[in-house]
Design a binder for this molecule. Sequence first.
Ligand code: NAP
Length: 209
Amino acid sequence: MGRLRVKRIGVMGGTFDPIHYGHLVTAEEARQQFALDLVIFMPSGHPPHKEDRGNLDPESRYLMTVIATASNPSFQVSRMEINRPGPSYTIDTVRELHGIYGKNTAIFFITGADAVLEILTWKEPENVLSECTLIAATRPGYNLSRLEELLPEVGKEERGDVPKVLVMEIPALAISSTDIRRRVSEGRPIRYLVPEGVREFIEKNGFYR
Ligand code: NAP
């Protein structure tokens, strides 16, 4: 699809350490619910709050994301945050994407609700909220009250006026990267939690042991 014809893009922001079926279901659901022309997976290069958490290197996280999304024609993976030196700030990414696709292209930045809860600590949070719509993905039963207290304009997509933060409940988000890493380190199976190619890539490279 030519860039000028892209009017609504989803950006899946995350560490993807590793990517799993919860992320893929989230992206596909957002694509359908918000009539997105495409969803760009954006593995963070240097997550701002995670300098000491020992994430897998950006290149390996990027490669797993490519493997996981390869068969979906509406999914792309970007190296934008991986290639940008310094911490991966969402506002820089949103601005760079507006530079590529034009100011009139609506950007829906999709990430986990726990990450959205931290938005006041992000770089230029008010500009993030004015330059894109945030989609906070949660598993059903997640307590939204903290999000609603923090950001009065949180809403479900059915509301007429478009809130700054939309919430999407995804049952598959019971899967988590933390649990997958723990399973690998304990020698437990991760088959059916991640795409087969990702599972094989993790095994071949000995990640998370
Ligand atoms: P995180 O703390 O690793 O994740 C928080 C929670 O959200 C985890 O439960 C995580 O589950 C889930 N999650 C993360 N990405 C998701 C996605 N795309 N879809 C569904 N669930 C998701 O958060 P993070 O990955 O470091 O950061 C999330 C995004 O926010 C990134 O794009 C990051 O660049 C951005 N961010 C920006 C700033 C800033 O601009 N200053 C600061 C912080 C974060 P899993 O572990 O299973 O993925």
